[in-house]
Design a protein around this ligand. Structure first.
Ligand SMILES: Cc1ncc(COP(=O)(O)O)c(C=O)c1O
Length: 368
């Protein structure tokens, strides 16, 4: 028996999110033992030891449901960001919150507006609900906020901005954001996804959404990247109480779980581990970019923990990913992001970067 009649067309035609390939799968397929993954922008230094300790301690309580209000973590966020409790929400990854935003605010003919070449999580979530997405082309590999302002239409309900952007690693500046914001009607919600903000050094030009706190902006942040807790699934959102309140009604009540919440609380307080991660990442980028350029490639200057490398054609991009895979190095070809001629490489540890750098000349030599 088929259930085709049960499945709406927008679900039948949906292409699910394709994550970076897991290490175990590549080990099996290529008969390799030593495989490294530079494909999902994870923290190669692992989680904070304090977060691990807190997670272990929390395991003893997992027979109990989590606190439905996530009070401890949300209170820690209020202290960190000098906001009130009602300005905070936590969820199963920032994508968990994004899913709640889509379920809460979008219906019928509403549209989401974003850039081409951005994080595809939002596209999958919106399409799964039959919501239309409109995209504006990238300019110089970054968001074209002027064209996006131009593209706002009567049905635009949410604008999704990732800054730094994944997979391009680019930033838009304060001046660009301010010019853009001035053109966004007050009834349009801006989802400002700052999954990689920790990697951006404090600067005059980064439009950290916490500097603005506009009523129609919701900030999304995560413990998956710089904090190294991707496997636990925990992230947070900051916004006006009038936005958080409906989101809390729709949210699955017991997300995130007890262990994730305990780890996140400890990670938030462990500034040493965060500083180390950010410093190591900057050092990794400073090695990786010149190496790629010395090989004749033109990596896009990155403000995050990964680098996008355009290779001219989809064949060369897939070819490089495949050639590195055969050498036990997983990188990310970007066809699913609508950038089939590009690959994305996450910054690894020095040992992982050594391995990548010594494999690259031969891998590139195999390309037509
Ligand atoms: C821009 C961006 N937003 C959100 C996410 C998802 O993060 P989380 O693990 O918090 O759901 C990612 C992960 O790759 C990302 O790159």
């Amino acid at each position: 028996m088929t259930h085709r009649a049960l499945v709406p067309e927008h679900i039948a035609s949906l292409v699910p999110y394709q994550p970076g390939r897991p290490i175990a799968e590549v080990q099996r397929e290529f008969g390799l033992t030593d495989v490294i993954k530079l494909a999902s922008n994870e923290n190669p230094w692992g989680p904070s030891p304090k977060a691990l300790e807190a997670a272990r301690a929390a395991l003893a309580q997992v027979h109990l449901y989590p606190d439905v209000a996530s009070r401890d973590l949300r209170e820690a966020l209020t202290r960190r960001y000098r906001v009130v409790f009602g300005n905070t929400i936590v969820g199963a990854g920032s994508e968990g919150i994004m899913a709640g935003i889509v379920r809460t605010f979008l219906h019928g003919d509403d549209e989401v507006l974003t850039s081409a070449g951005t994080f595809i999580g939002i596209m999958v979530l919106a399409k799964a609900q039959g919501i239309r997405i409109r995209t504006v082309p990238l300019r110089n590999w970054g968001y074209d906020l002027e064209a996006m302002a131009e593209a706002i239409g009567p049905r635009t309900k949410i604008i999704y901005l990732a800054n730094p952007n994944n997979p391009t690693g680019t930033l838009f500046t304060r001046a660009e954001f301010e010019r853009f914001y001035a053109r966004v009607p007050a009834h349009v919600l801006i989802m400002q996804d700052e999954a990689y903000h920790e990697f951006v050094p404090p600067s005059e030009t980064y439009p950290d959404s916490q500097l603005y706190r506009y009523d129609n902006v919701i900030t999304l942040r995560t413990f998956s990247k710089a904090h190294g807790l991707a496997g636990l699934r925990i992230g947070y959102g900051l916004a006006a109480e009038s936005l958080i309140e409906p989101l809390l009604k729709v949210k699955l009540p017991f997300e995130p779980g007890t262990v994730a919440t305990a780890a996140a609380l400890a990670a938030l307080e462990d500034s040493d581990h965060l500083d180390l991660t950010v410093r190591n990442n900057a050092e990794g980028l400073a090695r990786l970019l010149p190496c790629l350029m010395a090989l004749g490639l033109e990596p896009v200057p990155s403000h995050a923990n990964f680098v996008m490398v355009p290779l001219g054609t989809a064949e060369r991009a897939q070819g490089l990913a495949d050639a590195l895979l055969r050498r036990g190095i997983i990188i990310r070809p970007l066809g699913a992001f609508g950038l089939p001629a590009c690959v994305r490489i996450s910054v690894g540890t020095p040992a992982e970067l050594d391995r990548l750098m010594s494999a690259l000349p031969d891998a590139l030599g195999e390309l037509a």
